[in-house]
Ligand binder design. Structure first.
Ligand code: RP5
Length: 156
């Protein structure tokens, strides 16, 4: 009996990738601090309720810049399709993620104990991106809307 390996074709490679991707998350939820978790949980809940696989990570654009860059650079290769990024104060996280990935990034401006004008600081930091590096910005503390938008992007 022959034990020759089956020829590797484009179809077999694609089939192997498809099999690997079955349980991999489609949406990455990242946030700048553990203190953002309560607000960002609304995004995770919405995705859970819709049966959309996701992962949740805490990483700060200012405190862990290398971690953020690595995560964003590898996101597409890992099978993620959308990234939701929440941060408060001078909220650089969504913009830095967008700078390192071609995936759509949805920013969630968050209030924190040191916020100015009820989160206006984070809202402007996230919305006012330079031309060519867009971040879709939902309302202050509107993590659920970010998840709904992610679901719509995935259906597009
Ligand atoms: C931001 O600073 C975080 O996203 C958080 O909203 C805010 C405060 O962070 P902690 O001091 O609570 O870690 O980077």
């Amino acid at each position: 009996m022959s034990h020759e390996a089956a020829p590797v074709t484009e179809e077999t490679v694609e089939a192997e990738f498809a099999a690997l991707d079955v349980d991999s998350p489609l949406v990455g939820i990242v946030m700048g601090s553990k203190s953002d978790m309560d607000a960002m949980e609304a995004a995770a809940k919405e995705l859970r309720d819709r049966g959309i696989l996701h992962e949740v990570r805490v990483m700060s654009a200012h405190r862990d810049p290398d971690t953020v860059a690595d995560y964003a650079r590898n996101a597409k290769l890992r099978g993620l399709r959308v990234i939701i990024a929440g941060a408060g104060l001078s909220a650089a996280l969504p913009g830095v993620v967008a700078a390192h990935t071609p995936l759509p990034v949805i920013g969630v401006p968050l209030t924190s104990s040191k916020s100015i004008a009820g989160g206006l600081d984070a809202l402007l930091s996230i919305a006012q991106m330079p031309p060519g590096v867009p971040v879709a910005c939902v309302g202050v503390d509107s993590a659920r809307n970010a998840a709904v938008l992610a679901a719509r992007i995935l259906d597009a």
